[in-house]
Design a protein around this ligand. Structure first.
Ligand SMILES: Nc1nc2c(c(=O)[nH]1)N=C([C@H](O)[C@H](O)COP(=O)(O)OP(=O)(O)OP(=O)(O)O)CN2
Length: 169
């Protein structure tokens, strides 16, 4: 059985690796459709509120009204220097690679799995016309890829030992 829950957050980012408009700092209203695998016990499965109790604070503290940033982007150091100089802090979700919707989906799939949920798929809508549908198979394949690229043995369903944002897709 699948329960699909919808969430959204607003965040800035840029893709400095694309030599086009996307290398400018810009923002999106990211739409999420999270497909949770659930089992019913008696008349009901997981309560809808049980998902919200974990996902909403996760999005608020990590993403909403923040910036997705590649730690290899020179802009990241600029932001850190600003914080050092002024004491002003920003909400930054740090990626170890470009802040593509593919990398975002992998990080979120991993971190929501870490909360104890089992996901069937995760849909991330970045613009009015573009949505990434990221399945469990995609996630397992990415885990193997990252494990191989970091020379670790991957236990398929487990994310690699490093935190998700230390990897790129
Ligand atoms: N495969 C991917 N392609 C693109 C990504 C991505 O993460 N993965 N990201 C972008 C940029 O973030 C950009 O902001 C969106 O690009 P754009 O071409 O404007 O996207 P749409 O055509 O979907 O936007 P509409 O406003 O709906 O026309 C680019 N590509």
């Amino acid at each position: 059985m699948i329960i699909r829950k919808e969430y959204k957050f607003y965040a800035a980012h840029r893709n400095e690796t694309l030599q086009d408009k996307c290398s400018n700092i810009h923002g999106h209203r990211y739409g999420l459709r999270i497909h949770f695998e659930v089992e019913r016990e008696g008349d009901i499965s997981t309560l809808f509120g049980d998902f919200d109790d974990k996902i909403e604070p996760y999005l608020k503290s990590n993403f909403d009204h923040g910036m997705l940033i590649n730690c290899n982007d020179p802009l990241y150091q600029t932001l850190l220097d600003h914080t050092k100089r002024t004491g002003e802090h920003f909400r930054l979700k740090v990626f170890d690679g470009p802040t593509s919707v593919e990398n975002l989906a992998w990080i979120m799939f991993s971190e929501i799995t870490e909360m104890g949920f089992r996901l069937d798929r995760l849909e991330v809508q970045e613009t009015d016309t573009s949505t990434l549908i990221y399945t469990r198979e995609d996630w397992v394949r990415d885990n193997r890829h990252f494990a191989k690229s970091s020379g670790e043995t991957s236990n398929d369903e487990k994310e690699t030992s490093e935190t998700p944002s230390n990897k790129t897709v």
